[in-house]
Write a protein that binds this ligand. Structure first.
Ligand SMILES: NC(=O)c1ccc[n+]([C@@H]2O[C@H](COP(=O)([O-])OP(=O)(O)OC[C@H]3O[C@@H](n4cnc5c(N)ncnc54)[C@H](O)[C@@H]3O)[C@@H](O)[C@H]2O)c1
Ligand SMILES: [Zn+2]
Ligand SMILES: [Zn+2]
Length: 393
């Protein structure tokens, strides 16, 4: 089959690779009909190279039609239309039974001390081939895949794989009071959906980014927006907009490739050119973070407020404003989304006739899988008004 493969830093290509097949009784194989590119793929493209091998198949936001099932794939049937959550969870272990699917103990990657395995996401997360491909092998198919109705365009359901539950969890974790103010840092696909969910729940939303069309899109749904490059001191601007108090909750939807920290920029560049043996421990333990968005989120929240972090971080040495966090009594919540925890609830919302969260109007580009290489470049550069790419295998 054809699949998008990682080949090196900022180098991906579509290659012919072996077809996936059933390897365990609870596997399924799906024929992929849509596979999105995510901000998380950009971390692979840019800084997580030491944990990838040339030829690894990327992609963790896929949906399609079940092509083949193992003998123990639960009630999944050939022909079912399914969305595949990006984390692979068994549904029954100690963590899963508490809804902590991103920490599933059956698929944790103990060699690296990491949580549940993920599709298309490095050896740190199990080196499981991803879904930017014609076919995808789905382990734990007796629990993971979300069956969706046969009707409706793929994009009505596709984002259940990742960004929609991620945005939902970010807002849940933010515990914003009704009518409260939520500041969303980063208006990529995750930030856009987070802003829409918060607005839908009756919150006031202040969205922050630097890309004009991303600011405009959030504004078109009712968010107030601040342009990172025009605003000067961001926390002061948010305090000014909130009567001097700060936002009730701030959400970091940026992660470790935030713009704004030249020192970390150099560190990231260095990790990118080191041989893997040296770069691996550096990438896992040290200085690849750029904390501009996280620091702004901490400094813009009100006393006693919540900072909810959906952006992905790695590394250990960057300074954190501990006194500020302590003195101002801030709650912080982090982590990978527990996708299956939210999908039932979200599916009901998506099934409504009107597209409440505008999911059918998020993708700006729908290239064929064969054009994935150029699509990665465009998405990273945010050129051509690119906000979300859905590949069509
Ligand atoms: N927790 C999870 O389970 C989970 C799931 C999906 C994605 N993510 C992460 O969420 C983050 C966002 O994903 P995305 O697909 O929307 O990515 P994206 O790269 O398209 O969006 C990030 C946005 O942040 C903006 N930005 C950069 N620096 C900023 C700053 N200092 N302040 C404000 N905005 C800034 C960029 O211009 C961009 O629009 C990524 O880190 C991704 O890895 C996490
Ligand atoms: Zn994703
Ligand atoms: Zn489990």
């Amino acid at each position: 089959m054809r699949a998008l493969t990682w080949q090196g830093r900022r180098k991906v290509s579509v290659e012919t690779v072996p077809d996936p097949r059933i390897e365990k009784p609870n596997d399924a194989v799906i024929k992929v009909t849509s596979a999105a590119i995510c901000g998380s793929d950009l971390h692979l493209y840019e800084v997580l190279g030491p944990f990838l091998s040339p030829g690894d198949v990327l992609g963790h936001e896929a949906m399609g039609v079940v092509e083949e099932v193992g003998a123990e794939a639960g009630d999944l049937r050939v022909g079912d239309r399914v969305v595949v959550p990006f984390n692979i969870a068994c549904g029954t272990c100690w963590m899963c039974s508490r809804g902590l699917f991103a920490q599933c103990e059956s698929t944790q990657v103990s060699d690296y001390g990491k949580g549940a395995s993920l599709f298309g996401y490095t050896s740190l997360y199990g080196a499981v081939p991803g879904g930017q491909a014609e076919y995808l092998r789905v382990p734990h198919a007796d629990f993971g895949p979300v069956k969706v109705p046969d009707e409706g365009p793929d994009e009505r359901w596709l984002y259940l794989s990742d960004i929609l539950p991620t945005a939902w969890q970010a807002f849940e974790y933010a515990e914003a009071p009704a009518g409260g103010t939520v500041a969303v840092f980063g208006l990529g696909p995750v930030g856009q959906l987070t802003a829409r969910i918060a607005l839908n729940a009756g919150c006031r939303v202040i969205g922050v980014d630097r890309v004009p069309e991303r600011l405009a899109l959030a504004a078109s749904y009712g968010a107030e927006t601040l342009d990172l490059d025009a605003v000067g001191d961001l926390p002061s601007a948010i305090f000014d907009l909130t009567g001097g108090r700060g936002a009730d909750a701030t959400i970091d939807a940026v992660g470790m490739e935030a713009h704004g920290s030249p020192v970390a920029n150099v560190a990231i560049g260095a990790v990118g050119i080191l041989p893997d043996a040296l770069a691996k421990p550096l990438t896992d333990k040290f200085a690849i973070d750029r904390l501009a968005a996280l620091h702004a989120a901490i400094k813009s929240v009100r006393r006693g407020g919540v900072v909810s972090v959906s952006g992905v971080y790695g590394g250990e040495v960057d300074p954190m404003p501990m006194m500020e966090i302590f003195d101002r009594g801030i709650t912080m919540r982090f982590g990978q989304c527990h996708v299956r925890r939210w999908t039932d609830e979200l599916q009901k919302l998506l099934a409504q006739d009107d597209d409440v969260l505008g999911v059918e109007h998020l993708a700006t580009h729908r290239p064929s899988l064969e054009d994935a290489r150029a699509a990665y470049e465009m998405f990273q550069r945010k050129s051509d008004g690119c906000i979300k790419v859905v590949l069509k295998p």
